[in-house]
Design a protein around this ligand. Sequence first.
Ligand code: NAD
Length: 294
Amino acid sequence: MKIGFIGLGIMGKPMAYNLLKAGHQLVVYDIVKDSMDKLAAAGAVSADSPKNVAESCMCIITMLPDSPQVQTVVLGEKGILKGAKAGSLLIDMSSIAPGASQEIASECEKAGVRMLDAPVSGGEPKAIDGSLSIMVGGNKALFESVKDDILLKMGASAVYCGEIGAGNTTKLANQIIVACNIAALAEALTLAKRAGVDPMQVYEAIKGGLAGSTVMNAKAPMMIKGEYKPGFRVELHIKDLANALETGRVLASPLPLTAIVMEMFQTLRDDGAGQDDHSALAKYYAKISGESIN
Ligand code: NAD
């Protein structure tokens, strides 16, 4: 199938490669030309705007940072809706506010364009090996129609979560759990270090027990080495927790843990670590305790 792919960053680039590998034709667009050139070298065709992508593809995937970028790319002057034919399908795989997904989908509907929100979890390694977890909102039959040939070419699982916006609500739940896990890990390893116990021994001893997790296996080694190359940037996690807190406010659902970890991330960003991996929460603990895990 001919698929448009817009947003070729840390996640979008390997996801697009996997679609090419699966035999799909790709038309790609990103504001960074170098990213398009890399995909073009692998066989994709470069476009000069989202409108241009939509003119030539009935199925368009977006993988962008946040709600404002998806709004611009879909609804803007040279946006997807300016070029899309009625009956086209938009699969937005960015992590954005559920309310924004619903608003964008309603504008799409007016133009006869159908939309799924399908954010992912798993990070860059799973984007590269095509084993992302994909959570999807929108029409169920539409989801079924793209599940095997498109979504499962980028992911190991694709689960239907409910109406449009449900994919992003599920993603917010995921991001709250990941953020709180990372904070707990940084707090616990800082305590161990202060007590004179080697954080690596602590990790080795507990990773197979109840506290063990995918987050622990991915992030404890980074904290112990003090290497914070992203991965998932602090700035993006602040964006997700801001969307979670706003959603919680609208629904009157309490989020005290999320609010605390948000404060930590913001302090970290203000200290210049916004582009670091989110495991850099260990640096926040180093600052307030004077004890560095690495
Ligand atoms: P990124 O910043 O690396 O990539 C975003 C890409 O979008 C960049 O290439 C950028 O140039 C492009 N872009 C921005 N505005 C644009 C516009 N107006 N038109 C065209 N292209 C534009 O971000 P990422 O890490 O790839 O994340 C993308 C989404 O996936 C985010 O919503 C993020 O929260 C989510 N996500 C990221 C990870 C991760 O580990 N990095 C994991 C799961 C989900």
